[in-house]
Ligand binder design. Structure first.
Ligand code: 5GP
Length: 190
């Protein structure tokens, strides 16, 4: 998506270790006009899929997910991060290794809000190693719901998540795909 690529080039900042900071419009301050354009595109891509639920993970996916939910006119559910070791039977859970923090956390979703009849579109801000998306896909699977696909704002295609999950048969649509992030700040798209 040209508009998002241009915004990344204008306001994105390349950090050490292959991290792209997009706090100016996506991860901290949020540009809702841009989110609306992104949501329109994701709606166009998944409109025929009869999506009944949007699933994301807290916190940075929630903003985009809400606007996407407005397009599909369906509820937006976010997986909560928890440190609790003993998870009770009322939730679906998955372990996620955080790319940006180098730690592992658990995400949970109440069984009340994810049903076998749901057709789920996962939304997230970034796809890197694929841990977050794998965790959410596991939760959808555990619920017996149907995963129609994932809509990602920024895929770092030089990391293995996208390829690994597409090979597993998950449809992934990324609005911007980054081929490389250079130490001098250069950003190249696929
Ligand atoms: P993955 O689980 O695919 O390795 O990483 C996805 C999650 O890590 C995203 O939800 C996002 O919060 C975070 N993330 C991964 N790479 C980046 C990055 O380059 N910049 C920022 N801001 N977040 C990232």
């Amino acid at each position: 998506m040209k508009l998002l690529e241009e915004r990344i080039l204008r306001d994105g900042k390349v950090k050490e270790g292959g991290i792209l900071k997009v706090d100016a419009f996506l991860n901290h301050q949020m540009d809702i006009d841009l989110f609306e354009e992104m949501a329109d595109e994701l709606y166009r891509l998944y409109v025929t899929e009869n999506v009944t639920k949007i699933l994301t993970v807290e916190a940075s996916g929630i903003g985009i997910a809400c606007i996407v939910g407005q397009r599909f006119k369906c509820p937006v559910l976010f997986a909560k991060k928890t440190k609790t070791k003993n998870i009770d039977g009322a939730v679906y859970s998955a372990e996620v290794e955080s790319f940006t923090h180098g730690t592992t956390y658990k995400v949970i979703v109440s069984k009340d809000y994810l049903l076998p009849s749901d057709r789920v579109l996962i939304i997230d801000d970034f796809l890197a190693n694929g841990a977050a998306l794998s965790g959410l896909a596991k939760i959808v699977n555990d619920a017996g719901a149907t995963l129609v696909g994932a809509g990602i704002a920024i895929e770092k295609a030089f990391q293995p998540g996208g390829e690994m999950l597409r090979k597993k048969g998950i449809r992934i649509e990324s609005l911007a795909r980054i081929k490389s992030l250079r130490e001098d700040g250069g950003i190249e798209f696929c």
